[in-house]
Structure formats: structure tokens, C-alpha cells
Ligand binder design. Structure first.
Ligand code: CU
Length: 479
């Protein structure tokens, strides 16, 4: 108990350290990545710092605010009855799992962008500033707004040039789960999307106690590279709110509560999102609320590209339940489970020196007897030199000692491209945070790729984690 508490606190310290580093990174970013403003056709940069949020504390009395794990809310200020948002489109350096640094594009320092959370009937003004090195325009996906505000370059407006601004303003006539994104296709694959959640003025019945918002994205990032290849069709990193499992922050609910999860997908694949331990009802699409007589039970909902789905359920089954895309390749990072067995440095399967040396195959055919029965997955037919390779240590008490803060050398480091998050993926301590408190030791070995966890907690554990979160917030503030 003592030692697990110590490890947990150590995890907190690394979280606090990361927060400090992020501040420095964003300060540097201010100074060198903003291109020199050219003559802007739609307004000039003002250089005005972002105004601190005054909104977002409470959306509507008695209505649960939407929780977007790992993603901030978009701050706004009220000006003459209009909610005003400043949205900067810019390079963002982020981290999918500890050690997997990614340089992509996002909004206000976040990938996906901060979640906009507003109310039906609101008038909103969205001041979009393009800090990319190329033209940009913003589309408000699913919103019924004046044509000039639709963000279609060439059709409804000119591209916003690098350094330029465009002010979008409209009144919200709908409610539901919407999103905002670049309308340049390749920019979508560089990360440019964010949630746009509109609450109804009167909540739908039955009201939910917890409301969560998730953005699904996929990325093709070669080993030893930090920049996504937006042309590639083979995706090796799958993220929920910009994190890959096990770095995705679990969603916490109290036993018996009614829960809504809103899921949005923008990428090249559709994601069948599956919840363990419960049945849910699909209550909304990207077009709004589904009428009550049409909802049906399920535990997997297909969230197609450009779609949104709201699901609701009563969390009546205590436990830590996976919520994940069920496409096998999307349930891991770097497809480590598939390529792993062919990359073991035994038999005649040498580990690759590079991607061009052919996934470790140095002689014969990929499917030849000497290479095992099948490329990618040895089923012990014809393979004499291979051996079973699990995703995580075998045995009743997993030894979660491979990757810990301060000790980055794992015994198998370097055997696989894209270390860490390789064959032995137990990294509980590297991703420790209050929300993971009390998870079974070794849990992180089974949570990869587009996976997260819904924790249906007894009230005392739920309250304990809230205390830990408050304690962590105090520590970060003191820095
Ligand atoms: Cu998927």
C-alpha cells in the first residue's frame, strides 16, 4: 500500500513537471512559429493575448457540464450579449503516450482543439486567426448558419492567409453534438478538429448526471518521426481526445448514475465504439436528438467519418470498463501486437534496422517455413524458432517494472520501432494520474490505441479520487 502510494505520488510529480514544461514550450512557440503577417485580406493580427475564460463554469443551472478528458474548454467572454471566442490555428507539439512526441496542427495549443460548450439560442462570435504557414478556413459541421459563415474556401469565402483573421458570427438554432474543423482535407488529417457542443435550453429527459465528449482521430507517423504523414493510408496511431491508450484519461462515474458519452470522428476510417459491462441507447447523431421511440439498445455504436453519436446508459455495474474502437488494428499503437512476433531477435528473424529493411525479414519469403507459419502472427505451425509472445507479462502478478519514471531503459528497448509502447506495454506508473488510482496493477498493458476506460465507482473511491484531483490541482498551482 505504502509503495503503491509512493509510486502514485511520483506519477503526480511527473504530471506536474510536464505541465511546467508545456508552459515553457508554449511561450517559446509564441516567439518563433508565427509567420510574419503578410497583407491580410480579412483583418490583421492584433497581438492581443487570449482573454481568460469567464464562461464555462456553469452552462445551465442543474445541467451537467460536459467533461472532455485531456482536452480543455474553449474560453469565451461576453460582449454585448455575444459570446466571443478567440481561436488560433497553429502548430502544436503534443504527446500521444509518454515519449511519443508529435508535431501536428491544432487550436489554441490543443489537439483536438478546445471544446466549445454553449447553449441553444446563444449568439457566438468566433475570431479565427491563422498561424499556419498556409491558407485556412473553418467549417462549423452540422450548424444551420448563414451561407457566408460556412467556411467553404472559394465557395463562401476566401482562404484566410497565413497571419490573417476571419470573424465568424451566428446564432445557434440547434442543440446536440457538433464540431468545428478545417475545410482543407489534408489539414483535417493534421489534427484540425474540435467539439462544438450545444445544450438545449431545457435538458432532454431523463437528465444525465455525467456528460462526456470524445474526439476520435487517426495518424500515420513513421518511427523516429514526429510529423504525421497526411497522405498515408496506413494509420498506426489512434487517439481519443489526442491521447492513445493507456494515456487516455479514464471517465469517472458513480455507481447508479446516468451517463452520456458524445463521440465525434474525423479521419479516414469508421470506428465501432464498444462499451463493456453495459447496454446503452444511441440518443443522438450529428443531426441532433433521436426521438425517444426510435432509440434502441446496443453496446457498440459505429461512429462513421464526419458523424457524431451520443450514447446514454445507467452505470449500474461496478468496475473499470473498457470503451474502445473494436477494429483490431485500432486497438493498439504502432500495430505492435501484429509486427511483434516477426521482430523478435531470435531465430532468423532479425529486428529491422529501418523501415526499408522489410520488417525484419532478412531471408526467404515472409510466409516461408523458416519465417514461421504466417506473416505477423505465429500459430506454431512450421515455426521452429519462434515462441509465443504476449502483449504483457504472463503470470498472476504482473511485474510492472519495465517502464517507470526515471528508468526509461526497458530490457527490450530498441527492439521495436516507436519505443516506448512496444511489446511489453505495462506502463502504469508512467501514465499514473488521479483518474487511474486503484486500477488493477498491470492495467496499462491491456489498454492501447483507441481505448479508454469508464470507471463505475463506489462512492467512497469516487470521492477519494476527487480529493486526489484537488490535491494535484493545488500542486500545479503552486508551481
Ligand atoms: Cu477504429
Amino acid at each position: 500500500m505504502q509503495s503503491s502510494r509512493r509510486l502514485f505520488l511520483r506519477g503526480l510529480a511527473s504530471v506536474a513537471g510536464a505541465a511546467g514544461a508545456a508552459t515553457v514550450a508554449s511561450a517559446q512557440h509564441e516567439n518563433h512559429t508565427v509567420p510574419a503577417p503578410p497583407v491580410a485580406s480579412v483583418g490583421a493580427r492584433t497581438g492581443r493575448p487570449a482573454v481568460a475564460a469567464i464562461g464555462g463554469e456553469q452552462i445551465l443551472p442543474g445541467v451537467a457540464q460536459v467533461v472532455t478528458p485531456d482536452v480543455p474548454k474553449m474560453p469565451w467572454r461576453m460582449e454585448n450579449g455575444v459570446k466571443v471566442f478567440n481561436i488560433n490555428v497553429e502548430h502544436v507539439r503534443t504527446e500521444f503516450v509518454p515519449g511519443r512526441i508529435v508535431d501536428a496542427w491544432g487550436f489554441n495549443g490543443s489537439i483536438p482543439g478546445p471544446a466549445i460548450e454553449v447553449i441553444e439560442g446563444d449568439r457566438v462570435r468566433l475570431i479565427v486567426e491563422n498561424r499556419l504557414p498556409e491558407g485556412f478556413s473553418m467549417h462549423w459541421h452540422g450548424l444551420e448558419i448563414p451561407f457566408e459563415m460556412d467556411g467553404m474556401p472559394g465557395i463562401s469565402q476566401e482562404l484566410i492567409p497565413p497571419g490573417g483573421r476571419f470573424v465568424y458570427e451566428f446564432t445557434l438554432k440547434q442543440n446536440g453534438t457538433f464540431f468545428y474543423h478545417s475545410h482543407m482535407a489534408m489539414q483535417e488529417m493534421m489534427g484540425l478538429i474540435g467539439l462544438f457542443i450545444i445544450h438545449p435550453q431545457r435538458p432532454h429527459a431523463p437528465q444525465v448526471d455525467r456528460d462526456f465528449g470524445l474526439v476520435l482521430q487517426e495518424w500515420a507517423i513513421l518511427p523516429n518521426n514526429t510529423i504525421p504523414n497526411s497522405l498515408a493510408m496506413e494509420f498506426n496511431w489512434l487517439t481519443i481526445n489526442g491521447k492513445a491508450g493507456p494515456a487516455t484519461t479514464p471517465m469517472l462515474v458513480k455507481l447508479g448514475e446516468r451517463v452520456r458519452i458524445r463521440i465525434v470522428n474525423l479521419g479516414m476510417d469508421h470506428h465501432p465504439m464498444h462499451l463493456h459491462g453495459h447496454q446503452f441507447y444511441v440518443t443522438g447523431t450529428e443531426g441532433g436528438r433521436i426521438r425517444t421511440t426510435a432509440i434502441e439498445p446496443a453496446n457498440t455504436v459505429l461512429v462513421g467519418v464526419a458523424q457524431a453519436r451520443d450514447v446514454e446508459f445507467v452505470a449500474n455495474n461496478p468496475g473499470d470498463w473498457h470503451f474502445h474502437c473494436h477494429l483490431p488494428h485500432h486497438m493498439m499503437n504502432q500495430m505492435a501486437s501484429m509486427v511483434g512476433p516477426t521482430m523478435m531477435s531470435h531465430a532468423n528473424m532479425m529486428r529491422p534496422g529501418s523501415m526499408t529493411s522489410g520488417l525484419g525479414i532478412v531471408e526467404g519469403r515472409a510466409t516461408g517455413e523458416s519465417s514461421g507459419a504466417a506473416f505477423g502472427r505465429d500459430i506454431n505451425i512450421g515455426a521452429t524458432g519462434d515462441q509465443p509472445v504476449p502483449n504483457m507479462p504472463l503470470g498472476r502478478t504482473p511485474q510492472a517494472t519495465f517502464m517507470q519514471p526515471g528508468r526509461v531503459e526497458a530490457p527490450n528497448q530498441g527492439m521495436f520501432p516507436g519505443y516506448p509502447q512496444d511489446m511489453f506495454m505495462v506502463m502504469d506508473d508512467m501514465v499514473a494520474k488521479p483518474e487511474t488510482y486503484g486500477l488493477r496493477r498491470g492495467w496499462s498493458g491491456g489498454t492501447m490505441g483507441m481505448m479508454t476506460i469508464v470507471r463505475v465507482l463506489q462512492p467512497d473511491l469516487f470521492d477519494k479520487i476527487q480529493e486526489l484531483k484537488a490535491e494535484q490541482a493545488r500542486k500545479v498551482t503552486q508551481l
